[in-house]
Design a protein around this ligand. Structure first.
Ligand code: AHG
Ligand code: MN
Ligand code: MN
Length: 354
């Protein structure tokens, strides 16, 4: 039987052909990332059968308990990407420092940062999780990159993507020319282009926020969420539905397909006073994808992609999804800051380019 559809391999090779004088290095790097994600998908799928679920009883640099699958997925990414000659370094949620490319392998012009398994608290309960990645250029002349070389604003990303391990495995990707979605055909082991040129529906009906943190929120977030909950009895004059999967990759995927907004704002808790999600390998790649699909991503006080990172594992408030909704949350922050005086030190933003 002939299968219909463009394979991921064909898609990236055809994309490459459209850009004159390319070396193919980027295409091979992407292909290696995708191979790693297929392996992670397999591990996630067979987790319970091969005894890789549960806690590893270790902590990562952020003081979070690591799951066995967090560590395994990180190893899979490192081993799949270190040998190809496309990279000069990698960084990940699960490693405190930059991972240098071992001396026995050639080095290349890119850097990769990733969250090997996002939403890993869901591994034992068979709820969707994912891998998030972001590709940056290694600064000119650098072959042994240090942390400073990774601290590039999200606008500099060459490519961002995620793979969602749900009932189906989806790959969603942008190189700054729109967003394309693929579905893994398990029979042939290839991703097939199933959702070309993804655009976020503009009318939002769903919101995602961890309501249990309500008492720690800033007034702007309280105001926005209160208005959504008030539904057609409130100023929004329509009803909204709520969702919380505890896996950003799954929330963002839903928003991309069905519209809505996701918020993980900064709050009054000591470990969340700068936000919960990490800028380089969670917020930036997701923001790049959502902006490319016609949505917006903000800290509440500025565009996420323009923030100049100050460290590898920096956390950041994330308000992401339908443009109108994100802009409304920003408006509420402006009004709050004007009334109460600036509550937070704004993030360092890039100089606007004209
Ligand atoms: P990770 O599993 O990589 O540590 O990330 C989990 C993140 C994110 O995906 C999710 O939206 C959020 O943490 C869940 O936070 P709560 O624990 O507050 O629900
Ligand atoms: Mn994560
Ligand atoms: Mn993770």
């Amino acid at each position: 039987m002939m299968r219909k559809g463009t394979t991921f391999t064909r898609f990236i090779i055809e994309e490459q052909r459209r850009i004159p004088n390319t070396t193919g290095e980027f295409t091979l790097l992407l292909s290696a990332i995708v191979t790693a994600c297929k392996e992670i998908s397999d591990g996630v799928n067979r987790g319970q059968l091969i005894n890789v679920l549960g806690s590893a009883d270790t902590e990562n640099v952020q003081g979070e308990t690591q799951k066995k699958l967090d560590i395994i997925s990180n190893e899979i990414m490192l081993k799949a990407l270190e040998w190809g000659g496309h990279l000069s370094g990698m960084a990940s949620e699960e490693m405190e420092d930059v991972y240098p490319i071992p001396a026995r392998f050639p080095k290349g012009k890119y850097l990769v940062v990733f969250d090997p398994l996002d939403g890993s608290s869901n591994t034992e309960i068979n709820v969707s999780i994912g891998t998030i990645f972001s590709i940056l250029r290694c600064p000119e002349g650098i072959t042994n990159p240090t942390e400073a070389d990774f601290l590039q604003p999200g606008t500099q990303q060459v490519c961002a993507g995620y793979v969602l391990y749900g009932p189906a495995t989806n790959l969603v990707l942008t190189t700054g020319q729109g967003v394309n979605g693929f579905t893994l055909d398990q029979d042939i082991g290839e991703f097939i282009l199933t959702n070309p040129k993804l655009k976020i529906p503009t009318a939002a009906k769903e919101f995602a926020i961890n309501m249990s943190n309500q008492r720690y929120w800033e007034p702007a977030i309280k105001r926005y969420i209160d208005e959504l909950i008030a539904g057609d009895d409130g100023p929004r004059e329509k009803n909204f539905n709520t969702r919380w999967i505890a896996s950003m990759v799954a929330e963002v995927h839903r928003i991309l397909m069905r519209g809505g907004i996701f918020l993980y704002p900064k709050d009054g808790r000591e470990n969340v006073h700068k936000g919960r999600l990490r800028l380089l390998y969670e917020a930036n790649p997701m923001s790049f994808i959502i902006e490319q699909a016609g949505g917006a991503a903000s800290t509440g006080r500025g565009r996420i992609l323009s923030v100049v990172p100050d460290s590898l594992h920096q956390r950041i408030p994330v308000i992401i999804g339908a443009k109108e909704e994100v802009e409304r949350v920003e408006q509420y922050h402006r009004e709050m800051d004007a009334t109460l005086g600036e509550q937070a030190v704004p993030h360092r933003q890039m100089e606007p380019t004209t």
